[in-house]
Design a protein around this ligand. Structure first.
Ligand SMILES: Nc1ncnc2c1ncn2[C@@H]1O[C@H](COP(=O)(O)OP(=O)(O)OP(=O)(O)O)[C@@H](O)[C@H]1O
Ligand SMILES: [Mg+2]
Length: 261
């Protein structure tokens, strides 16, 4: 299968009247891994949430197409059904729903009625992925994310990713809070997803993650726009030199310097 294409075109997003995204353009195709980096507060999570249909975000201009279909016209559950997945920077705790029940319902929500995954196959598949991600099996029986440590929540997002097998995934800071071994385990999980029918947008602050998950392209977001794109070398340069040179190149002065942005 050729895989899906996600096209973000001139996306403008406001939160409570403040424009956060000011015209984002980005295309992710099946088989491609893209990374987005950028300083705090530049709109990376806003981009992820707006694509997934979070109600706080007003889309004022632009479009997001999945294989030519307008994602912004879809209900939130339709977006997941169409093959989009968001691994969240701050996953929510859901009391009363076990991780295992949540995962099984999510898988079945993607399937046609009458074609639900059998309990036995689900458990087999879940156990396999739990092993692979080095997650304690008891965790699946706990309420979703409730009391999970920061790193456990992140691993749990990757567990969902690997079981749901979306066409296009946006992973928002899946590396934050992970210890070194967990980082490798999570990277292994994401790498295992690599195929022509899977495209991925990885939001991260740290080049280190990209040593384990090699991106095809690296994009830098500043002040609500993608201002630079390049190969993995771009991430290395950011690690060494920070963002100042890019702010200057993009004509954005540092806020701390007291000059207008
Ligand atoms: N509900 C809200 N009300 C007002 N401002 C908001 C709201 N949500 C987000 N913002 C603002 O939007 C901007 C972009 O936030 P966003 O979370 O997208 O940044 P980010 O690039 O993901 O940052 P980080 O790297 O710290 O995760 C920030 O200045 C943030 O304060
Ligand atoms: Mg963020």
């Amino acid at each position: 299968m050729a895989g899906s294409t996600l096209e973000i075109k001139n996306l403008h997003v406001e939160i409570e009247g403040n424009e956060i995204l000011k015209g984002v353009n980005l295309t992710i195709k099946g088989g491609e891994f893209h990374a987005i980096m950028g300083p705090n507060g530049t709109g990376k999570s806003t981009l992820a949430s707006a694509i997934m249909g979070h109600p706080h975000y007003d889309i004022t201009e632009g479009s997001v197409l999945l294989d030519g279909k307008e994602v912004l016209d879809m209900e939130v559950d339709e977006r997941a059904h169409a093959g989009l997945f968001l691994g969240m920077q701050y996953p929510s705790e859901i009391s009363g729903v076990t991780t295992s029940d949540f995962l099984r319902s999510s898988i079945n929500a993607q399937r046609e009625e009458g074609n639900e995954i059998s309990l036995m196959n689900f458990i087999k598949e879940m156990d396999r992925v739990l092993d692979e991600l080095d997650i304690d099996k008891n965790m699946a029986q706990r309420y979703l994310n409730e009391g999970f440590s920061g790193g456990e929540k992140k691993r749990n997002e990757i567990l969902q990713l690997m079981l749901l097998k979306p066409e296009i995934a946006i992973l928002d800071e899946i590396d934050s809070g992970l210890d070194i071994d967990a980082l490798k385990v999570v990277a292994k999980g994401v790498n295992e997803m690599r195929s022509n029918s899977f495209g991925c947008l990885i939001i991260t602050h740290y080049q280190r993650l990209l040593n384990y998950i090699t991106p095809d392209q690296v994009h830098v977001m500043l002040d609500g726009r993608v201002v630079k794109s390049g190969g993995p070398d771009l991430a290395k340069r950011l690690e060494d030199e920070g963002y100042e040179w890019l702010k200057q190149e993009a004509g954005l002065e540092d806020k701390n310097s007291g000059q207008e942005v």
